[in-house]
Design a protein around this ligand. Structure first.
Ligand code: GUN
Ligand code: FE
Length: 478
């Protein structure tokens, strides 16, 4: 069962996207035609001599098959669907609360007890009973409604409720990467919430990968536009795992060519743990265990040193920048501009619930603001030449949009995040003229650059009217 209500074969309207980092493109009144899998097959602009003929063809097809052509209204524009690279699904009930302790206290006192409630007893209800499934469906639906069409999730340490999360994404047609969290070190995790042993953690990870791959294959067989569901090897972070588990997970990731997700250099405390245990940086330790490679997403990198950025670049591992979460737990501002300049692939993440907001719009805004604060510094008592980072650090809203879309696609090695031939048609349709949510600037400043920036800074959930994944409508605001 899915909640899909429509599948378009062609869309005509105005599209904004960022095919290259640092600049945007507006495709005005473009006609985008899709193949049978919901990928973009052809883009025709009004200046193209073929445009009238293509438009006539799709309009005729629409007469025969209602809904074949989606024509955006005059006051609507489309943006690519967002790619959220970092969400903790079982933390959704505590989004917006309990943000006053340091990371290690917050994990032990608030987060582990909550995540432990997502355990499904052996032989228990595989839907997660009354607890996990409704929360997961609500989270996935909420993220879709905010324009997030692809999402990378940590489940809990419980294998079967993490499968419920994967099924919830497939049911609502959100493209998803999902992991069962591994946290097996008895010295670091409470008895009520940890893997029984490294062996059990590895066996559960193998079983989880097989179950998700089976579910994905069945879904794709039923629906040629199924957007994809992928398992991820998910060591919580170095402080919570034994060496045996970390090494075993690296081997599993290689054997399955699977996604890997974890946390790297998130906070002052975390970035020191690997050095104490292994005498190396966090990134070196992760690389030694075989956990840094293409299709690896590491959250944060706030304390990433230059040598570590080089390891990311060389291995092809990506960072999920989570600027709202960093304000609470990061102890610093992640130098996105420097790390991007060093050739590291970067996308954006909400880090629910270290970050309180399910919206990547909010994280685009925070990414820009944090980068400005990093550049200028924070303490007015310090002379200006010593107050800031001492290097250009600011990023623009358009650069942040790239991170939220095509950057996320690069991190996942998937053809998503922009309106280009061969990429999945994932989009959010923005209504610029909602009552008291006007994004036209009352018609005063109307250049494409102004229009796009206004959307990025001011769009509310009210403006996001419909959301489409792989050419299928997955959300419509009533
Ligand atoms: N490091 C390990 N686990 C977590 C988590 O759940 N949230 C954050 N922000 N950092 C972590
Ligand atoms: Fe996190």
């Amino acid at each position: 069962m899915t909640t899909t209500t429509a599948a378009a074969h062609a869309i005509r309207g105005t599209f904004f996207h960022t095919p290259e980092y640092g600049s945007f493109e507006m495709l005005e009144q473009a006609l985008i035609e899709l193949d049978g899998h919901g990928a973009i097959e052809r883009i025709t602009l009004p200046a193209d001599p073929a445009y009238p003929e293509r438009l006539r063809a799709v309009r005729e097809a629409d007469e025969r098959e209602h809904g074949y052509l989606l024509e955006l209204d005059e006051h609507e524009v489309a943006l690519p669907g967002f790619v959220d690279l970092h969400v903790h699904a079982p933390q959704w009930p505590q989004a917006g609360i309990a943000l006053d302790e340091p990371l290690e206290v917050w994990l032990n006192e608030r987060t582990f007890p909550l995540e432990a409630r997502f355990g499904i007893p052996e032989g228990g209800d595989p839907t997660g009973g009354d607890f996990a499934q409704p929360i997961y469906l609500d989270l996935v639906g909420t993220l879709l409604s905010r324009g997030t069409t692809t999402c990378v999730y940590f489940g809990s340490a419980d294998r079967r409720s993490s499968e419920v999360l994967a099924q919830s994404c497939a049911q609502l047609n959100q493209r998803a990467v999902v992991g069962k969290v591994v946290m097996d070190d008895p010295a670091a995790n409470p008895a009520f919430y940890r893997d029984a042993s490294p062996e059990q953690a590895l066996a559960d990870t193998e079983d989880f990968i097989a179950a998700v791959e089976r579910h994905a294959a069945r879904s794709a067989a039923n629906d040629p536009r199924f957007p994809g569901l992928f398992p991820a090897v998910t060591p919580r972070f170095i402080p919570s795992c034994t060496e045996a588990a970390l090494r075993g997970l690296g081997e599993i990731a290689r054997a399955h060519d699977a996604y890997v997700q974890s946390h790297c250099d998130e906070s002052q405390w975390q970035s020191g743990v690997a050095r104490e245990r292994f005498g190396t940086s966090d990134a070196e330790a992760l690389a030694d265990f075989g956990l840094l490679k293409r299709k690896t997403i590491m959250a944060h990198g706030t304390f990433l040193l230059d040598g570590e950025a080089e390891i990311f670049r060389a291995t092809g591992a990506a960072l999920a920048h989570c600027p709202i979460s960093n304000a609470y737990f990061g102890n610093a501002v992640c130098p996105v501009r420097r790390i991007h300049g060093q050739g590291v692939t970067i996308g954006l993440g909400t880090d629910i619930s270290g970050g309180f907001s399910p919206s990547l719009y909010d994280n685009i805004r925070m990414a820009v603001m944090a980068s400005r604060i990093l550049e200028d510094g924070v303490d007015a008592r310090v002379p200006s030449e010593r107050r800031g980072a001492g290097e250009p650090s600011r990023i623009s809203a358009v650069e942040a949009l790239y991170l939220a879309t095509k950057g996320g696609g690069e991190a996942l090695d998937l053809p998503i995040g922009s309106f280009e031939v061969g990429r999945a048609l994932d989009m959010q349709v923005i209504d610029l003229k909602r009552p008291f949510a006007d994004l036209t600037g009352n018609g005063v400043f109307t250049s494409p650059a102004d229009q796009l920036e206004r959307i990025l800074y001011l769009a509310t959930p009210e403006n996001i009217r419909t959301v489409w994944v792989q050419g299928q409508q997955v959300f419509a605001r009533g």
